[in-house]
Design a protein around this ligand. Structure first.
Ligand SMILES: Cc1cc2nc3c(=O)[nH]c(=O)nc-3n(C[C@H](O)[C@H](O)[C@H](O)COP(=O)(O)O)c2cc1C
Length: 255
């Protein structure tokens, strides 16, 4: 292998973590990271070689690949480059996300050799999937990585069957714009790190709702915990999704 790439859209960091845990099965390989959720992630263009391996992760938003992630993935090109498709989901379900990611990668001329759905802390409702991927998940993801490595070493590069099919679930716009409390001191960290530039750099307590993708990064990184999901929205979501997100969901490997 001539190089490995960890490529992720990961506003709150769990997808990055899951990709890293799988990648750990290739200890000693030189790896490059590509953060498609960075504010400059939209400018990332790259072409990968047939001898390289890409591990490509996105979170599930409403059972789909986030539109911004899809747009940024469209700037990447494979040349029959082996790829591992990784989806994280917040302990509800990933629905069509893995199928959509595999299709997008195949269209970009990646050769999807394996796919993983990994449970993660729910970035909107962290009371679900709390702390995941946890040590048990990490051990499992490493094990998945080793099995994928064996498959590739055996020369078998066939694409696995994954759940989900077209027509995909209807995409629902984010719509959850974080509320800002008096604790905000205008440090601007949220504005500097917003993946889509939705927060004003001059007045960081202002968010342009038409740009916000509801990824929750600003809530996650605010040093003063001044941003949060509006209470009425959090209550309605907990009511609607509480039962569906309950219990411990499993990670899945498709080979
Ligand atoms: C807008 C939005 C929609 C989401 N939709 C789902 C979903 O349909 N099913 C699910 O299980 N988790 C859902 N989640 C939770 C994320 O998939 C999960 O927290 C993921 O690990 C976040 O990845 P990140 O930490 O890399 O940002 C959603 C999160 C957001 C922000």
């Amino acid at each position: 292998m001539k190089g490995m790439h960890e490529i992720y859209f990961s506003p709150c960091g769990t997808t990055k973590k899951a990709v890293g845990e799988i990648s750990a099965a290739w200890a000693g390989e030189e790896k490059r990271e590509w953060d498609l959720s960075a504010p400059e992630g939209g400018d990332t263009q790259a072409e990968f070689l047939p001898e390289e391996l890409c591990i490509i992760g996105v979170p599930s938003y409403g059972g789909r690949v986030p539109l911004t992630a899809l747009e940024r993935l469209a700037e990447l090109k494979g040349r029959n480059t082996p790829a591992i498709a990784v989806v994280t989901f917040g302990n509800r379900a990933f629905d069509d996300t893995l199928a959509e990611l595999c299709k997008a990668l195949t269209e970009r001329r990646f050769q999807v050799v394996a796919a993983v759905a990994a449970v993660a802390e729910h970035s909107i409702m962290p009371q679900f999937g709390t702390g995941r991927p946890d040590p048990q998940d990490c051990a499992e993801l490493l094990e998945f990585g080793k099995r994928i490595r064996e498959k590739i070493a055996s020369g078998n590069l066939c694409c696995p069957q994954v759940p989900g099919k077209e027509p995909y679930l209807e995409r629902h716009g984010g719509g959850i714009v974080p509320a800002v409390s008096d604790a905000c001191q205008g440090c601007g960290q949220c504005a500097a790190e917003c993946p889509v530039g939705a927060i004003s750099k001059e007045e960081p307590w202002k968010t342009e709702s038409s740009l916000c993708i509801s990824c929750m990064r600003c809530i996650h990184i605010c040093p003063r915990k001044a941003r949060k999901v509006p209470e009425s929205v959090a209550a309605a979501l907990t009511e609607r999704l509480g039962k569906l997100c309950a219990g411990r969901k499993e990670n899945s490997l498709y080979l």
